[in-house]
Design a protein around this ligand. Structure first.
Ligand SMILES: *[C@@H]1O[C@H](CO)[C@@H](O)[C@H](O)[C@H]1NC(C)=O
Ligand SMILES: *[C@@H]1O[C@H](CO)[C@@H](O)[C@H](O)[C@H]1NC(C)=O
Ligand SMILES: *[C@@H]1O[C@H](CO)[C@@H](O)[C@H](O)[C@H]1NC(C)=O
Ligand SMILES: *[C@@H]1O[C@H](CO)[C@@H](O)[C@H](O)[C@H]1NC(C)=O
Ligand SMILES: *[C@@H]1O[C@H](CO)[C@@H](O)[C@H](O)[C@H]1NC(C)=O
Ligand SMILES: *[C@@H]1O[C@H](CO)[C@@H](O)[C@H](O)[C@H]1NC(C)=O
Length: 873
């Protein structure tokens, strides 16, 4: 804009004038001169542009022109362009027609000034002309970026630095509207100051520069976008990672533009992203560690950075390291002294250390133990180094403190264990040998006196006899085997003098102890004190035997009996039998109705004593077998009858032991079992529902088809050719069957209701039938009543029930009435139903009209409870 180009018409005019003057010169005498094209004397040119000025001689004889040159504003001759070199800022160039051009490739302010063009003509005349170059500077934006980013909340100068010569005037527009200096905006030399930048200040700003002199006007549009400094919005103050495990943490920051996050490890001041094991996402701030190491522990700085600024925040990473015990030595101390065992462990946080005795769960608490003030647990922590130690001190140690101790190192979530041994040394001790009996021997058999001394360290043992060291006696009948902690003295008692006392002396660094041992001569047992027949059958005799007095260490090993028929005088053919002590002393296989002679002796390790307690005893004649013994364990509640509980609801296996047969072999057993219950304190059973079976060659019988939750009385008799034994009797109860329980629980109310409805319905039916009978054939209860017979109402009721016979109903479980006591092995019915029992029919069933009715199939109590069901129904 600022460049002044002559209008095209002027150029044409100048050219016309030139051609006219040339024509004129060629015909007239020319005054030799030089002329510069373009022809303005003052050439106004913008800085930075290139320029050509041509100096042309106007002479009659151009060949006489010499030394045509340009001189710069310092009067230095401007040289032609040197060949092949870079183009200098200013040079001359000869043009056709004897003209010399001044070439300026880029005009600078310094180049302003007067330039001369000189030449000589015909060696006499000096020609000279000049031109003045004045420069001006066009409007240029020196510092006016087209995008600018002020920071929220700060003052900001929207830069617009302009260069122009002469100086321009600047004004500002925002979104097309002029801005004037005020509270918010201040127009400054270098730009527009915005106070307290807000996001609303964003927009398109126009910086407008104008130069009045040149009429130049230039606009610059500047887009202003407000940036926001980063803010770290979430970063935990401390973080926890577990050694060996992966770890992740977020550092979240806001800002505009979105800040870039980096993590710096404070200890090294290095960006963690440079370490292989760390990954950082600069956008989200997520830092991850593949596998945490203990030395990752420390403080870290999260840096959030954007064009508006940088913020940082610190956080601490605690690395949880599983405890590891690295030191626990076995220790040895002495009784009555202090013993301390120390355990050292590493881990983060520094682990808490405690101890417990091996095999117990209870740990020692820090400090003095409440239950044993001798024991103190001391603990030390070094949290920085992640180390701790614990020392268990036992003052005044006892032998019981000896043993394994487990050290436990615990920190968050993990535990470590190690076991060490505390050895408590103590002097020799014979306390465990105090109660030992004397040593016996006989017949010059070698005896072994064995002496064992407790003591840590192991005691050494010496033997003394009659006050002298046996070792120094060199007696070949006394031999020592072992020096401790056990030593055996083998005595060969060739003479009586060796049956004597010996002294065992044990010694270790903590002391000495003595123990006396006796060697005694052993003999066979004395006579048996007594042997009394207790039980007699046709084929067996059971004796009670009382042995002879014994010495400690020489027990009775067996009792023996010899027996023969009394008529036989020869003991050498007698029968022999031996029993170990405390077994039943039964002689079997005797003949009935025979007299026998018996004699008894006791045996110990020396041998059999003398026979004694001779006696005669006759066996009774053959008879029915003895009562068999049921092999069950009845349970007894309070003073109730003992009851055998069957594990099943519907069967029971009866087992028994074979009784003595009393001279005739047992050919069978008879089992009878009847359901029943206790009513008004007396045992009552349903005679017609009893089962009786005979079994042979067995000692067990399986009863089947039993009712659940029901009492049975079982009688067992053995039989031989002579007859039945007395019956053994037990009460057995079956368990509740599952189906019974379900029925009972689901239908407790409804079954009672059904029973009521059924009874009511039947009674109603009977009443109607009876009424009809009464009316039509004059028979039945009504008829009888009509006839005013003197009968009690209860008998009428009985008849009504007997007539029905249709009431079929599962009995509800009886409410556990225990039957009356029945003596096991006693006679069956006499003892359970004692003398107070009322009526008894010959068959053994009961008519106790006040409480019980029996209708042939069911037993009803007055309360309407059915207590048993005939298995045939
Ligand atoms: C430069 O030379 C011209 C004549 O050649 C003279 O008129 C002029 O005064 C000189 N200027 C300077 C600054 O020496
Ligand atoms: C980090 O932030 C992301 C996105 O909010 C989230 O899904 C992730 O669970 C965070 N991680 C941790 C370790 O807090
Ligand atoms: C400590 O004693 C225990 C049990 O006596 C033993 O198993 C273990 O090897 C001993 N440890 C050291 C280091 O002697
Ligand atoms: C002596 O008796 C002990 C046990 O009482 C036994 O261990 C030891 O072997 C015996 N010594 C000899 C030499 O028979
Ligand atoms: C102590 O005696 C016991 C039993 O004889 C033996 O096992 C142990 O090795 C002995 N100890 C030493 C240190 O001799
Ligand atoms: C019983 O034992 C004696 C010796 O103790 C023996 O002589 C006799 O033959 C034995 N009698 C029978 C029947 O075994």
């Amino acid at each position: 804009m600022g460049e002044q180009t002559p209008p095209l018409s002027l150029v044409w005019a100048a050219l016309l004038m030139c051609s006219c003057s040339l024509i004129e010169l060629s015909h007239a005498d020319l005054v030799p001169s030089l002329e510069i094209l373009p022809m303005q004397e003052v050439q106004r040119k913008p800085v930075g542009k290139s320029l050509i000025l041509t100096c042309r001689p106007t002479v009659p004889e151009p060949a006489l022109v010499a030394d045509l040159q340009w001189k710069d504003n310092m009067n230095n001759t401007i040289l032609p362009k040197p060949t092949g070199r870079n183009q200098p800022p200013m040079y001359t160039e000869t043009l056709p027609g004897e003209s010399l051009a001044l070439m300026i490739s880029s005009l600078t302010v310094e180049m302003g000034g007067k330039y001369y063009c000189t030449a000589s003509y015909a060696n006499t005349e000096i020609l000279e002309t000049s031109v003045t170059i004045t420069t001006y500077v066009a409007i240029t934006w020196t510092n006016a970026p087209e995008n600018q980013y002020p920071t929220l909340g700060q003052d900001y100068v929207v830069m617009c630095e302009v260069k122009a010569d002469p100086n321009p005037t600047i004004d500002w527009l925002r979104n097309g509207d002029p801005i004037r200096t005020g509270d918010k905006y201040v127009v400054q030399t270098h730009g527009l100051l915005i106070h307290d930048v807000q996001e609303t200040d964003e927009g398109i700003y126009t910086c407008r520069a104008a130069v009045i002199d040149t009429g130049e006007l230039l606009e610059r549009t500047i887009r202003v976008e407000v940036f926001i400094q980063p803010v770290i919005v979430s970063l935990p103050a401390t973080m926890e990672a577990i050694e060996g495990k992966p770890f992740a943490a977020n550092c979240t920051a806001t800002g505009k533009p979105v800040p870039e996050i980096s993590w710096i490890r404070d200890a090294t001041q290095l960006n963690v992203a440079t370490a292989d094991r760390f990954q950082v996402n600069p956008q989200t701030g997520l830092v991850t560690i593949n596998s945490v190491r203990e030395d990752d522990y420390g403080t870290y700085t999260c840096l959030a950075k954007n064009k508006a600024g940088v913020v940082d925040q610190k956080t601490k990473l605690n690395v949880l390291v599983r405890p590891a015990i690295y030191e626990l030595y076995n220790v040895t101390g002495s009784r009555t002294k202090e013993i301390a065992i120390t355990c050292r462990a590493k881990g983060r946080p520094a682990p808490a250390i405690t101890f417990r005795r091996w095999g117990t769960q209870e740990e020692y608490s820090p400090g003095v133990q409440v239950d044993d003030v001798r024991i103190v647990l001391e603990r030390y922590f070094d949290e920085d180094r992640g180390e701790s130690s614990g020392t268990l001190r036992i003052a005044n140690a006892e032998r019981t403190d000896d043993g394994l101790y487990q050290c436990i190192a615990k920190n968050k979530g993990a535990e470590a264990f190690k076991t060490g041994h505390i050895t408590v040394e103590f002097g020799p001790d014979f306390s465990q040998m105090k109660e030992l009996p004397p040593v016996f021997t006989w017949d010059q058999r070698k005896a072994n006196l064995s002496c064992l001394a407790m003591g840590i360290p192991n005691a050494t043992i010496e033997w003394h006899w009659n006050g002298r060291k046996i070792k120094e006696l060199y007696d070949t009948n006394l031999k020592i085997v072992g020096t401790g902690p056990r030593s055996d003295l083998i005595v060969h008692p060739v003479t009586r003098q060796y049956y004597s006392a010996y002294k065992c002396i044990a010694t270790n660094i903590h002391g000495t102890a003595e123990h006396d041992m006796q060697l005694k001569e052993a003999r066979v047992p004395e006579f048996v004190s007594a042997a009394v027949p207790r039980q007699l059958t046709a084929t067996t005799i059971t004796f009670d035997i009382r042995g002879p007095p014994t010495e400690l260490g020489l027990p009775i090993l067996a009792f023996s009996v010899q027996y023969k028929e009394a008529l036989n005088p020869d003991w050498s053919t007698a029968y022999n039998r031996s029993w170990s002590p405390d077994s039943p002393y039964i002689v079997e296989g005797l003949r009935p109705q025979t007299e026998y002679s018996f004699r008894f002796a006791a045996r110990n390790q020396v041998g059999l004593g003398n026979w004694g307690v001779n006696q005669k005893q006759s066996t009774p004649r053959r008879s029915a077998p003895e009562e068999p013994k049921p092999l069950h364990n009845p349970v007894q509640h309070d003073k109730e009858e003992p009851v055998v509980v069957s594990p099943y609801s519907d069967h029971f296996e009866l087992r028994w032991g074979v009784p003595a047969d009393n001279g005739e072999p047992i050919d069978r057993y008879q089992i009878k079992y009847c359901p029943g219950m206790k009513i008004s304190g007396s045992w009552t059973e349903l005679e017609d529902r009893c089962n009786t079976v005979d079994v042979v060659e067995t000692t067990s019988y399986e009863m089947t088809d039993l009712n659940g939750n029901t009492y049975y009385r079982i009688e067992l008799k053995a039989h031989n050719a002579i007859g039945y034994s007395s019956p053994a009797s037990i009460i057995m109860k079956t368990t509740r069957g599952i189906d019974v329980i379900q029925v009972a629980e689901r239908q407790v109310l409804s079954s009672a209701a059904i029973v009521g409805i059924a009874v009511g319905g039947v009674l109603l039916l009977l009443f109607i039938v009876d009424l009809l009978c009464c009316v039509t054939v004059h028979m039945g209860v009504m008829a009888a009543m009509c006839r005013k017979a003197k009968r009690s109402p209860s008998e009428i009721d009985d008849e009504a029930k007997l007539g029905s016979g249709q009431l079929v109903k599962e009995p509800p479980p009886s409410p556990l009435p225990l039957p009356p006591p029945v003596k096991l092995g006693g006679s069956p019915m006499t003892s359970p139903l004692d003398e107070k029992e009322p009526l008894r029919t010959p068959t053994g069933s009961i008519k106790q009209n006040s409480t019980i009715e029996f209708d042939g199939r069911f037993v009803h109590s007055r309360s309407g409870e059915i207590i048993g069901k005939n298995s045939a129904v």
